[in-house]
Design a protein. Structure first.
Length: 465
């Protein structure tokens, strides 16, 4: 019998990229591929790439260089190693990748992962493969499901793609080109995925999509279902204790499609009070130039509506500084918006001109030094907000979902509703449980807690404390 082949998959991108990496590994498993964390021992290396900023793309090419050394080493040892480039760089650059480097055997775009076994087989026969078509069939139908072992290994929290692609065409962004048109997966298929995950120990589901709150998958009657309604159905799946979703677009949040999602924040306890709502910029002029199709005031309305439904919601966001034409005054409006919302945390990026996007052709590009200076100022503010947010939990009680053992003996790591990691001394059998804790200490990137049961004795409990 042949020895099992080993595949090493490395993700460079967003949550959807990570999810896709899992699905690629799942699809190769029936072909006899076992996952390895060590690229040097792999028969197949898949680099799952991101095209969102220039830096992300540079990383891919330097990684291809490193993998090439491993490939040469394997060859010297008489082993054949294949290198595949998947993901958004593969989709955007296609042929260009095999032109730039002869070490890559397969280039597979984001909508063709279900074809991987066939593509790999052809590459084994010596063919160079580039497949970046947008096929007509549904890749989700053809991708293999994860085995119970794979699910267990990935932990108790899982992503599920419910919506993919984007028709919004923000002027800075490559996603509409790398992921294609927006599609929503049918309700029954999403539910089947969730049921399978839950049956194998998953307790928390994060629904993902580039515009996840625009979800409009159909139910058995062919009627479109909103994200809020989908959440309500998923919450009923036995075992599912927590729900999250990302990434939402502010414009959809304002449309009637999201009324039920907002209401769900008020009445669905499984839905966590932590919402990622990228705003990008605070100035209406810049928002218009970005084609975000909402104003600063409308963004604030979306925030207010969510907070009215559930006052303890905390928000996170994405910001781009130095979009073409952004003045100091525009940038100050970004700072003012961040002050007003008071984010739990945020991702901050310097604008990166992407080939083929309208903004890359604009004349008034902001010099790098200015972008950098603005980035520092915004990051300082966000860091202050993030510290204050974490600090606000000192001495407070909260429920955490215990995920895995910690570094110290007897310690477990869990997640707060706000995705903070929380360290607590607790027995391993509690992994997968939601437990009440009180926060004793605030670390740099983590909170420390005690199990509430241990701190509140029976006498106190009987007093109703
Ligand atoms: N669909 C999501 C965002 C997907 S991309 C949304 O609409 O909000 C993730 C983040 O990368 C974006 O929110 C944006 O902040 C950042 N980004 C996208 N293109 C960029 C570019 N050209 N330069 C810098 N940051 C960019
Ligand atoms: Fe990109 Fe805009 Fe679509 Fe988000 S909504 S993926 S930023 S084009
Ligand atoms: Fe990057 Fe593609 Fe995700 S460009 S951010 S991996 S959708």
């Amino acid at each position: 019998m042949n020895r099992p082949r080993k595949v090493h998959v490395k993700s460079f991108g967003c949550q959807m990229n990570v999810y896709d990496s899992h699905r690629m590994a799942d699809t190769l498993a029936p072909e006899g591929y076992v996952e390895t964390q060590l690229p040097a021992e792999a028969d197949l290396i898949i680099l799952n790439t991101c095209h969102i900023r220039e830096k992300a793309v540079d990383k891919v090419y330097s990684e291809i260089g490193r993998m090439r050394e491993l490939k040469d080493q394997a060859e010297r040892e008489g082993r054949r190693m294949l290198i595949a480039v998947a993901g958004c760089v593969a989709q955007a650059e296609g042929e260009e990748i095999v032109r730039r480097t002869d070490s890559v055997d397969v280039v597979v775009g984001s909508q063709n992962y279900h074809k991987l076994p066939a593509l790999i087989a052809r590459a084994r026969d010596g063919e160079k493969i580039v497949d970046t078509e947008f096929p007509l069939e549904d890749k989700f139908d053809a991708l293999a499901q994860p085995s119970p072992q794979a699910i267990a290994k990935r932990g108790i929290s899982s992503f599920v793609t419910v919506q993919e692609g984007c028709d919004k065409f923000c002027t800075f962004c490559v996603v509409p080109y790398t992921r294609g048109a927006e599609i929503s997966r049918p309700v029954a298929k999403v539910l089947a995925d969730v049921e399978r995950l839950a049956a194998n120990g998953v307790r928390e589901i994060s629904l993902i999509g580039q515009n996840v709150n625009a979800y409009h998958g159909v139910d058995a009657n062919g009627d479109a279902v909103t994200l809020g309604a989908l959440m309500r159905r998923i919450a009923k799946v036995p075992g599912i204790a927590r729900l999250r979703y990302m990434t939402s677009h502010p414009r959809d949040m304002l449309s009637p499609v999201c009324d039920d999602l907002i209401a769900a924040h008020g009445d669905l306890p499984e839905l966590m009070p932590y919402v990622h709502l990228p705003v990008q910029a605070g100035s209406d002029r810049v928002l218009a130039a970005m084609n975000r199709k909402h104003t600063r005031k409308e963004y604030m309305t979306a925030i207010t509506r969510l907070k009215n439904a559930r006052p303890d919601i905390a928000f996170t966001s994405d910001f781009i500084v130095g979009f073409p034409g952004e003045t100091e005054e525009d940038f100050r409006e970004t700072l003012a918006l961040a002050e007003e919302v008071n984010f739990a945390t945020a991702y901050t990026f310097m604008y990166s001109a992407r080939p083929g996007t309208p903004a890359a052709k604009l004349e008034d590009q902001v010099p790098d030094a200015e972008k950098y200076e603005r980035l520092q100022r915004l990051q300082d503010l966000i860091t202050r907000q993030w510290r204050a947010f974490n600090g606000s939990f000192a001495g407070k009680s909260m429920e955490i979902l215990l995920e895995k053992p910690g570094k110290l003996t007897g310690q477990l790591v869990g997640r707060s509703p706000y995705l903070q990691s929380v360290h607590v001394m607790a027995k391993p059998s509690l992994i997968g449980q939601i437990v009440p804790v009180s926060i004793t200490d605030i670390g740099t990137n983590t909170l420390f807690a005690e199990l509430a049961n241990a701190t509140r004795g029976p006498a106190l409990a009987s007093l109703g404390a």
